[in-house]
Design a protein around this ligand. Sequence first.
Ligand code: F3S
Length: 289
Amino acid sequence: MTQKKSTKIEKASRTGFCFGVRQAIDLLEKVARERGGIETLGAVVHNQQVLQKLAEIGVKVVDNIDDIKGDAVVTSSHGVSPDLEASIRARHYEVISTTCPNVQRAQAAAEKLADSGFFVIVYGDRDHPEVKGILGWVKGKGLATTEEAVVAALDPLPRRLGILSQTTQVPAHFAGFVKKIIDLALTKNSEIHIIDTICHDLRERQAATLELAHRADLMLVVGGRSSANTNRIAELCSRITETHLIETAADIKSDWLKDKKHIGVTSGASTAEDTVDEVITRLEKMTRP
Ligand code: F3S
C-alpha cells in the first residue's frame, strides 16, 4: 500500500494588514473606545471580517453625509477629495482622517501637477474611492482611466500631461500604460511628467506572493471580494498557478485540494493576520493524510 504524502502549506512572507490599514484601524479603535462609538463615511477598509469586528466596538458605516448622526466622522484609508471634506466641515462635523500616508502623497502629487499646469491622468479604477479622492485634488483638470484609448480620445490632447497611479496598481501594468501614453502624446514641444505613486509596501508583498506562486500548485488569496488589492493579487497569481480568492477559511473547497502538493497562502492588505491563520489551520486539517 502506498503512503499518502502530506501536502506542504506555505504562508507568504508578507500577509495581514499593510502599515496604512494597521494605522487606520488602530486610530479607529482608539476613537471608538474613547467616544463609545463612531461613524465612518464609507467602509474604512474593504474587508467584511474587519468591519464586523469594528462594529462590535461601536464603529458604524454611513454611506453619505446625510446619514451622519453624531458630531464627528472618520474618513477611510483611501482618502477623500477636498470638496467632500469641505462639505462635511460645512455641516460642522469633526473630520477624523485615517488616510494612508501613501495615498496622501498621491493626492499631493496630483494637486501639484494640476497647479503647475499639467492635465492629470490617474492610472486606476475611476469608481474606486481612492481614485475619486485623488482626482478631487486636480480640480477638474484631469481624468482617471486604465485605458490608453480614453486619453487618445481627448480633443485636443493636452500638451502637458502629468501621469500618476492609484497606489494599489501593478507596477508593470502602470509602466506599460505610461509607454503607450508616451507613444501617443510625446510630440514637438509636449511635456510628460510621470510620478510613481504605487505603494512600496504592496510592491514588496506582490513580489513575495508571486515568488511563492511560482513554487506552489495552488494559491489561496485571503481577502475581501471588494478589495482592489486583493483582487489584483489573485489575478496575478492566477496567471501562474491555480488560484482562488477566499474571504474566510469556510470558503475552502475540498475539490481544490485534491492531488495538491504545495499550497501557498497569501492575503490582501486589509486582511487580518488571524483570518489568514484560520485558513492555514483549516488547510492543515483538510490535507492531513
Ligand atoms: Fe497605504 Fe499601501 Fe496599505 S497605500 S493602505 S500602505 S496598501
